[in-house]
Write a protein that binds this ligand. Structure first.
Ligand SMILES: *[C@@H]1O[C@H](CO)[C@@H](O)[C@H](O)[C@H]1NC(C)=O
Ligand SMILES: *[C@@H]1O[C@H](CO)[C@@H](O)[C@H](O)[C@H]1NC(C)=O
Length: 177
């Protein structure tokens, strides 16, 4: 009885695992693969004259998972020295509903988070790696975060809109969520 269940289990598990492994492989065969829907992405609303030129933002694991540590890597070019007083206006929404609207003191947050880069920031190329704990309690919803940063003189520094989707994925049996 036990072994029959076991084999039945394997039978079900096998195609599930195969499809997961299959989906995670970057494929050279576009017909064989339905591309996995992007669980996160960002758009760059930085203007050319802003103080930071954003190169890239990457996250790991991709897609981000609730209850795990998310490593965010952001890189860019800082054109002017950034000093104490830099701030970021953050707006987080689920659908049309604002769940957070807050102004953050960027230098203070960097200190509190033991970030690899601290104020003042001299001009140059930077890559920041920051670990963020994503609590299990995050609701399984799609979030949009708008971040606009300014220096102490209110000159625009950088602007990013981020989307993260924690909703269970259809057809993935909620594995990993
Ligand atoms: C973001 O926009 C700025 C200004 O238009 C541009 O210089 C920069 O290369 C862009 N970065 C990305 C990652 O799109
Ligand atoms: C930052 O470092 C200090 C001193 O090492 C430590 O007490 C604190 O918990 C750290 N904070 C974070 C968010 O890692």
């Amino acid at each position: 009885m036990l072994s029959r269940l076991f084999f039945l289990g394997l039978f079900v598990l096998q195609p599930v695992l195969a499809s997961i492994i299959f989906q995670q492989q970057p494929s050279s065969d576009p017909i064989a693969l339905v591309p996995e829907s992007k669980r996160w992405h960002y758009t760059n609303c930085t203007a050319p004259e802003d103080i930071i030129e954003l190169y890239d933002i990457a996250v790991s694991p991709d897609p981000p998972l609730r209850g795990e540590v998310l490593t965010v890597t952001a890189s860019g070019y800082v054109k002017e020295r950034l000093e104490e007083g830099m701030y970021a206006d953050v707006l987080v929404k689920v659908g049309l509903i604002k769940i957070l609207q807050k102004r953050f003191d960027v230098c203070e947050e960097a200190r509190n988070a033991n970030a690899t880069i601290q104020c003042p920031v001299e001009p140059g190329e930077y890559s920041i790696v920051q670990e963020i704990e994503l609590p299990k309690e995050i609701p399984p919803a799609a979030f949009k975060a708008s971040v606009v940063a300014y220096n102490a003189d209110d000159a625009p520094v950088v602007c990013v809109d981020l989307w993260i989707d924690f909703r269970p994925q259809p057809g993935k049996l909620g594995l990993g969520l």
